[in-house]
Design a protein around this ligand. Structure first.
Ligand SMILES: Cc1cc2nc3c(=O)[nH]c(=O)nc-3n(C[C@H](O)[C@H](O)[C@H](O)COP(=O)(O)O)c2cc1C
Length: 312
């Protein structure tokens, strides 16, 4: 029978049951509907929306995106249509698809996070909330929520109370020890952790002798960050008991499997969507082929398997 049976790709990620482990990452997949011409949304286990705030935001002025060796820097500045327009204009169409819609949420204060979470809680068709905590806290002098364990604990706990939806907290990699913030998020009520968001970086235009990005620094993503993100996934897997969703530079099945073996139950594909709009589906199909070629019956047996002390 080996090699003939279709492998079982289904995973459970805390309260979320997914048909397969491949999702797309926030900010790289719009509100899903923009990708209808390029792929079947039903084939994806789910996708994460662009970050939603209480009111629409225009984002930062250009230049706000630049290619880097093996990646890109962006300072889009959390441009979005706002949670009300998302619920009114996007969700009804998204409900036609059999795919998990994960709403990415951010705010500049704890109250703003709570406002967005409570509205999503009342909406029909949201599978889970993912908190983007890589956002400045205007009440705390602009300190990033996700870089401060106490602020992260507080905002997670407040959002936990504001909604019954499964709560994913997306960790910032711009910290000294990611296990500290991972534990704070779990103690605050996160049922799942996703990691990582972008790394802060910059590029200088040598001819102009000025930063390339108008806002000087931006978030680095793409293959350049993958080894850093896999290491963080490995460490967090050993530090907490909740399921993880890994991301950072995934564009092939082998990339996804690195995260899964390090401890992720699912993965998100981000920057690769800018190379091929159906990049996530390519990863999924390759993953299915890889499992067949390696006679692996269920993907679940690979989750965290890299930590095994037994010789491979
Ligand atoms: C253009 C762009 C916009 C992004 N916007 C968001 C966002 O709104 N919320 C969020 O949590 N992450 C955002 N991210 C981060 C990605 O979701 C992801 O964590 C990161 O890019 C690493 O994955 P990748 O290397 O596969 O892109 C954005 C990334 C990019 C490239």
């Amino acid at each position: 029978m080996s090699g003939v049976v279709e492998p079982d790709l289904s995973v459970t990620v805390g309260p979320l049951a997914l048909e397969n482990p491949v999702l797309t990452a926030s900010g790289t997949f719009g509100y899903g509907l923009e990708f209808e011409p390029f792929l079947k949304l039903d084939e994806l286990a789910g996708f994460v929306t662009k970050g939603l705030s209480p009111r629409p935001r225009e984002g930062n002025p250009p230049p706000r995106i630049v290619e880097t060796p093996a990646g890109m820097l962006n300072t889009i500045g959390l441009q979005n249509i706002g949670v009300d327009a998302f619920i009114r204009d996007k969700l009804p169409r998204l409900r036609e698809y059999d795919t998990a819609v994960i709403a990415n949420v951010f705010g500049e204060t704890e109250a703003e996070y709570v406002e967005v979470c409570s509205k999503l809680d009342q909406a029909e068709g949201v599978a889970a909330i993912e908190l983007n905590v890589s956002c400045p806290n205007t009440e705390q002098g602009g300190m990033i929520f996700g870089n401060d364990a106490a602020a992260l604990h507080a905002v997670t706990a407040a959002c936990r109370k504001a909604s019954r939806l499964p709560l994913i907290v997306k960790l910032s990699p711009n910290v000294t020890d990611i296990r500290v913030t991972a534990r704070a998020a779990v103690e605050g009520g996160a049922e799942v952790l996703s990691l990582v968001n972008t790394f802060v970086g910059m590029q200088v235009d040598v001819e102009r002798r000025r930063p390339v990005l108008k806002k000087v620094c931006g978030g680095l993503s793409g293959p350049a960050i993958r080894p850093l993100a896999v290491w963080m996934t490995w460490q967090v897997h050993e530090a907490v008991d909740v399921p993880l969703i890994g991301m950072g530079g995934i564009s092939t099945a082998a990339d996804a499997l690195e995260f899964i073996l390090a401890g992720a139950s699912a993965v998100q594909v981000g920057t690769a969507n800018f190379v091929h709009p159906d990049g996530s589906i390519r990863v999924l199909r390759e993953l299915r082929e890889w499992l067949k070629e390696h006679d692996v019956a269920t993907l679940r047996e690979l989750i965290g398997a890299g930590h095994s002390k037994a010789p491979a």
